[in-house]
Design a protein around this ligand. Structure first.
Ligand code: ADP
Ligand code: MG
Ligand code: MG
Length: 887
């Protein structure tokens, strides 16, 4: 039954498919209720109510509380207790719950309904005043924090003072009297800070709690989390109101969190933590370091057995690893939440493969589920096994990967330093969701308290940041900005390293080695290869990168930038000679020196890519990039002039140096361009100085000939950059073919080479039909194509106005990262259609950053391109994304 406006719905009415309306928590509570699992009853206020609340300027929708009250009356009947009743009151939790899981980012209040009167009732009814006052102090603290915005630290301080004055160390040793005293202190704190007393009316508490949960949708950490995880701001949160069950009634009670599989490694075993005689927030907020779940098996074997059974059941039901919150009240197990568990990249791969092996998922489903970001992390750095380390302490390995950087002790400093380009490790005594911007900025996170299921550990895992937590051997002082481990002191700015895979905290910097392909990832990639149609090639400029690319599964080289081969120190003099040449003859003399070097490069590439195509782009950047910078030259010239004036040039050596410098400077000046990006570069160089491209193509075909004789299968593809008019390509193609014939001779038939062009000038895309007449392939150079389509240079745009545009939502994404479908995408589609109409077998692909971006890869697949080309480390990611694009 849906009440009134339908903004409230009991757990019995919903199901897992209703996440949009009920939020993830509410939908899953409903699903578990339906499945007959032991869930305390309750109801959900829909996300629609939250959207209405914001739409009307933070006003509760009319009639909402009436609907809530109707549902509350039903809950009272079920529980046989009344809300606000003096003798036997119903207590509820008021819990946030968004559509996409945002662990710990929003607020929840427990024990709502307690006041000075009902607390007596609870004490009497349970014969347990200690329990009653423990609940009451918790309510006031959460309420004070969430509703009145008073910092938790103020409550913690009073708690600490009370414990000191009572002479106890642990919460569990505090007496009823102690909690009672604390309740009074807390009430005074609220009255003095907010100017209002803690509300005694249960109904008022409930309404204020609901409003506060709505407001928590917009607290700063929730906003940051949404931004990072691309969760829409418009969704809003649901509110779950649920009868309380109590884990703090005694030693046969407790609360905890379990994952159905290990979220760090993916191992199939119950994994989690619990606390006896405690309420849920103690575990998830990381204020007390909990016990490993295995100890529950010893302490409460029956509860453990039914927890294990339930966990298996939930995993089969949801067909994925679950993260489950539970509470035990006098030996009875209750479930309070289940959701798909966040996991490390490594664990995600293992779980995916295992679920296929266990017959729970199909291969396609396993591939479709892969989070692309995880693949990035898998190839993440680790500490080499043989590194000599100064290990200071070992904490809990909360999120794998190693990180090294400067120690910082608060999130704001972490953010500042990271902005200044420094690598930092964020060190906190406990993990709090308030630190999210610092976690984001840091290379890794270290805490001395809190367990593996604490919110920040969960968040770090989700972001793929290495994290070590609960490292109790170290003492962290945020005021003095120091970490002490035994005799050692690490101060802010000192270098420190952490290993989130083993929990090690290490003094100083450590060498990191790149990540490796696991057996699970290899299997997933194989499955992906069976699904995808889009081919994946690599951008690689030297044989070593090409070898790495092949190891990662590259099906060829999509872009080999020859200019990188020119920049090696031993080659630069010959390159400069070529540029400084005044005549064609001089230039050719310099090119003759470069030829064998280029040939050697290409031989290396062909050998590594035996049997696969290698696309070689002829020289692209403006020549001045190979010359020294004008300011440096001028400074050096001034120095020389001064030396000469002071009479230090008896041999005339300085004078001849000065003359050389002058020539160089003249050339630099003459090559100066106002807009080098749009100047004399790419094929324009090839047209004006054909001998440069002639040398490069000669090197390509000589290398091909050598390799063919060795038995290597070579598939060279010569690519002409920056073509805007077909005549440019026609002219250059003629020369390339001529060179090929001359060099290859009778080997021509064994060298199936192609000549093609990059499509990176909008005019080339628009006139693709003409250009295709001279091209065997099109490679969309989407970096330049985006620059020229948007009319903005990437170097000037990123970090400046583009960032502003993306932050202010003028653009959905940075078009240099994610291909702009509407603009650049349209040009690509047009060029493809036009080009293919002229040449049915035209080969087409994308090179440039976009080739390694999942969303852009989806576009490439849909547009019907043959391949994408990306950097070697992104190849596994591109293989998976290409498969996902087909699913
Ligand atoms: P979060 O999203 O921050 O985890 P939750 O709403 O899940 O917030 O609640 C915080 C803690 O309180 C969890 O440990 C949860 O299990 C516990 N909790 C919530 N509702 C109840 C309840 N009705 N009875 C007992 N514990 C509860
Ligand atoms: Mg919470
Ligand atoms: Mg929770």
């Amino acid at each position: 039954m849906i009440n009134g406006n339908g903004l409230v719905q009991s757990f019995e009415q919903g199901h897992a498919g209703m996440k949009m309306e009920l939020g993830g928590k509410g939908a899953n509570l409903a699903e578990m209720t339906r499945a007959g699992l032991p869930v305390p009853p309750g109801f959900t206020i829909t996300t629609q109510a939250c959207r209405d609340y914001y739409a009307s300027g933070e006003q509760l929708p009319a009639g909402l509380m009436d609907e809530v009250n109707v549902a509350l009356r039903e809950l009272e009947k079920k529980q046989n207790k009344q809300f606000g009743d003096a003798a036997c009151p119903l207590l509820v939790s008021v819990r946030s719950g968004s559509v996409s899981s945002m662990p710990g980012m929003m607020d929840t209040i427990l024990n709502v309904g307690l006041n000075d009167v009902t607390v007596h009732g609870v004490a009497e009814a349970t014969q347990n005043p200690r329990f009653a006052y423990d609940c009451y102090r918790r309510l006031i603290q959460m309420f004070g924090n969430v509703v009145f915005g008073i910092e938790p630290i103020r409550f913690e301080k009073l708690l600490h003072e009370m414990k000191t004055s009572c002479g106890v160390e642990h919460d569990r040793d505090v007496s009823a009297e102690g909690w009672k005293q604390l309740v009074d202190r807390y009430k005074e704190l609220i009255a003095s800070k907010s100017g209002k007393p803690f509300p005694q009316s249960a109904d008022e508490q409930l309404q204020l709690a609901v409003e506060a949960v709505f407001r928590s949708w917009n607290n700063s950490r929730a906003r940051v989390y949404r931004k990072v995880n691309r969760i829409p701001d418009e969704q809003g949160t649901a509110v779950n109101i649920q009868a309380m069950v109590f884990g703090n009634k005694g030693d046969d009670c407790g609360t905890g969190v379990v994952f159905t599989r290990d979220p760090s490694t993916g191992e199939k075993q119950l994994y989690g933590e619990y606390l006896t005689n405690a309420q849920g927030e103690d575990v998830v907020a990381g204020v007390r370091t909990p016990l490993p779940i295995a100890e529950l098996e010893r302490d409460m074997p029956d509860v453990f057995a039914s927890l294990k059974h339930t966990a298996e059941r939930l995993e089969r039901h949801y067909r994925d690893m679950q993260d489950i919150e539970f509470t035990v009240e006098h030996g009875t197990l209750y479930l309070l939440q289940t959701r798909t568990g966040k996991r490390s990249a490594q664990a995600a791969m293992k779980i995916g493969v295992d679920l296929v092996d266990e017959g729970i998922l199909t291969k396609e489903e396993a591939i479709a589920r892969i989070e692309i970001g995880h693949l990035d992390q898998l190839l993440h750095p680790a500490i080499p096994a043989d590194a000599v380390l100064d290990v200071l302490a070992v904490g809990l390995p909360a999120s794998p990967g190693a990180a090294t950087g400067e120690a910082v002790f608060d999130a704001d400093t972490a953010e500042e330093k990271a902005k200044a380009g420094r690598r930092v490790i964020l060190i906190r005594s406990e993990t709090t969701p308030e630190d999210i911007h610092g976690v984001l900025a840091a290379e890794g996170v270290l805490t001395s308290r809190g367990g593996m299921t604490s919110h920040a550990a969960v968040v770090a895992r989700g972001m793929g940041k290495p994290c070590v937590c609960g490292c109790e051997e170290v003492r962290i002082d945020a005021d003095t900005r120091e970490l002490r481990a035994g005799e050692t002191i690490i101060r802010e700015g000192d270098s420190i390293s952490i290993d989130g895979s083993t929990g090690r905290v290490i003094r100083g910097e450590v060498p990191l080695r790149a990540g490796e392909m696991s057996a699970e990832l290899s299997r997933l990639l194989e499955w992906a290869d069976g699904i995808r149609t889009l081919r994946v090639a690599a951008n690689a400029d030297n044989p070593a990168d090409a070898a790495k690319a092949r190891e990662f599964g590259a099906e060829g080289i999509g872009l080999c930038r020859t200019e990188h081969m020119f920049l090696a120190p031993e080659r630069l003099p010959a390159v400069r000679e070529m540029i400084l040449a005044e005549t064609k003859e001089e230039r050719e003399a310099a090119l003759v020196k470069l030829l064998p070097m280029q040939q050697e490069d290409f031989e290396g590439m062909f050998r590594v890519m035996d049997g696969l195509p290698v696309t070689i782009r002829l020289l692209d950047p403006p020549l001045h990039e190979f010359l020294p910078n004008a300011d440096e030259l001028r400074a050096r010239a001034a120095e020389l002039a001064a030396d000469i004036r002071s009479g230090g040039d008896s041999s005339g050596e300085l004078r001849s140096q000065a003359a050389e410098l002058e020539t160089m400077l003249r050339k630099v000046r003459s090559l100066h361009e106002a807009n080098p990006m749009l100047g004399q570069r790419g094929c324009r160089l090839g047209v004006l100085f054909p001998e440069i491209y002639d040398m490069q193509t000669e090197a390509v075909f000589r290398a091909a000939a050598v390799c063919i004789r060795e038995g290597v299968h070579v598939w060279p593809e010569v690519m002409v950059p920056l073509v805007g008019h077909v005549n440019e390509l026609r002219f250059l193609r003629g020369r390339i073919e001529h060179t090929a014939e001359n060099v290859l001779g009778e080997l021509l038939s064994r060298c199936p080479y192609k000549v093609g062009t990059m499509i990176e000038v909008p005019r080339a895309a628009l006139t693709a039909a003409q250009i295709a007449e001279c091209a065997d392939f099109f490679s969309f150079g989407t970096n330049d194509l985006t620059q020229m389509t948007y009319g903005c240079s990437r170097d000037d745009a990123e970090g400046k106005f583009l960032t502003h545009y993306v932050d202010h939502k003028l653009l959905p994404a940075n078009p240099f990262q994610t291909l702009d479908r509407d603009g650049v995408g349209q040009l690509i589609e047009w060029a493809l259609e036009q080009g293919k109409a002229v040449r049915g077998d035209l080969k087409t692909g994308v090179c440039g950053e976009h080739g390694g971006d999942p969303e852009s890869i989806f576009f490439c697949h849909q547009a019907g391109l043959d391949y994408v080309s990306c950097s070697p480390y992104r190849i596994p990611l591109a293989r998976i994304a290409a498969a996902q694009a087909r699913l």
